[in-house]
Design a protein around this ligand. Structure first.
Ligand SMILES: [Zn+2]
Length: 411
């Protein structure tokens, strides 16, 4: 008798449901709580809520949070009703979502743990199989994405990240607000990004103010095709431009170092990282030590100065001044006689429109970069993603900013 009262309280069972029986099995460390509907309780269609006549019932089980250190299983004969409009359906139970073998409270606890610990640790701690955990994660993500369906992001970024092998990519669309992931798609093709745009309503597409990205034709074309006014919204990201220029500086240095060494000069020996370091991150002493090098007549010093000039061009406010600045830079870079620098300058010239958008819209992919490094952590913590589907789900789960909990549970 006492047990029934205790479990009614612990499980939060309320009318028209009641605890019928509690069965404790010390041997297996399990407690089974049998729950039933009060006799004469009204039954309703889960779709339309109309009162219906009963059809039959089916025995179902749900794992609940352990109670008094016993693995706790809820058992109930769940009625099916016959709705004149919707046919035969299983009634909803207040403690679990349809299709789950766990109570909502149990799923919520697993979700909390997964946010803190690796899948392996959660699997051990909660005595759950990987498949069970995967199911809970999948349901959580599905719920979260459904709840977010009407959200209209304004400033988004798109970037690629590698999945497992070096040349196996996924496309990640992120929201600058809150730095959360909006969409994950296979590959890095036009279709990868188009799939995201096609999931949006016209209103949501029109709400997008900027799309920051690398100068990557697939993403450019997808955006031009789907987003109204994309010519003014595509913003080529500062970090990617900086990366290309950094690579050009490094190429110039390698070539020059080789040529100098051949003549017995070691001016550039051990300087690789000095050239690539952001001056803002140098100490006063490092900057002083760097003076002789950067003011030298070396080709590498010229490439470095060209790169630094480009980095100063992101601060303009007016489009016409920004354009003047970039044109001046382009003429310098093109006349530099440094082949790697000229190659990047050509790319920048072809994409100047989107660089100017980035300057005046004041957007960059900084948030996407931080998401990228968090994705790497997820990859490490969930070693053994057997397929992309799980990887994708984990990204949504951890970085989607989603409301993941079962209905009725708020954290
Ligand atoms: Zn109905």
């Amino acid at each position: 008798m006492r047990d029934k009262e205790l479990y009614t309280q612990i499980l939060g069972i309320r009318s028209p449901w009641q605890v019928a029986e509690v069965e404790l099995s010390v041997g297996t460390g399990e407690v089974k709580v049998f729950v039933e509907q009060e006799s004469g309780a009204e039954r309703y269609c889960p779709k339309c809520g109309a009162a219906c006549s009963g059809y039959d019932q089916r025995r179902r089980k749900w794992r609940h949070l352990d109670t008094c250190q016993f693995k706790t299983i809820l058992v109930a004969d769940v009625p099916r009703v016959e709705c004149p409009e919707h046919g035969v359906l299983t009634v909803t139970v207040p403690w679990a979502e349809p299709g789950s073998g766990f109570t909502a409270m149990f799923e919520a606890l697993v979700i909390d743990w997964l946010k803190e610990a690796s899948t392996l640790a959660v699997s051990r701690q909660m005595k759950l199989s990987w498949n069970a955990i995967d199911g809970i994660m999948q349901r959580a993500v599905k719920r979260g994405l459904q709840r977010r369906a009407v959200y209209a992001p304004k400033r988004i970024g798109v970037d690629e990240t590698s999945f497992r092998k070096r040349h196996d990519y996924v496309t990640v669309v992120s929201d600058k607000a809150g730095a959360k992931v909006l969409h994950v798609a296979d590959e890095r093709t036009k279709e990868s990004l188009s799939g995201y745009y096609e999931s949006l309503s016209d209103k949501q597409k029109a709400a997008i103010e900027s799309v920051s990205m690398d100068m990557w034709p697939a993403y450019i074309n997808a955006t031009l095709e789907h987003i109204p006014g994309a010519e003014e919204k595509i913003a080529f990201d500062k970090f990617h431009v900086a990366k290309y220029l950094g690579e050009a500086v490094d190429k110039v240095r390698r070539q020059e170092h080789k040529a100098l060494l051949a003549q017995g000069w070691e001016d550039l020996k051990g300087t690789k990282h000095t050239w690539l370091r952001n001056p803002w991150n140098m100490s006063a002493r490092q900057w002083r030590d760097f003076k002789a090098l950067r003011q030298s007549t070396l080709k590498t010093a010229r490439a470095w100065a060209i790169r630094e000039f480009a980095m100063s061009l992101w601060n303009y406010v007016s489009r016409s001044w920004a354009e003047k600045g970039w044109r001046r830079w382009l003429s310098w870079a093109v006349r530099s006689r440094l082949v790697p620098v000229k190659a990047v300058a050509k790319t920048i010239k072809d994409h100047l429109w989107g660089i100017l958008n980035a300057v005046v819209l004041k957007v960059d992919n900084g948030h996407a970069e931080s998401i990228n490094s968090r994705i790497k952590t997820i990859k490490m913590r969930s070693r053994g993603f057997r397929n992309k589907e799980r990887f994708r789900n984990a990204i949504y789960f951890h970085l989607g900013g989603l409301d993941l909990y079962p209905a009725g549970i708020r954290r």
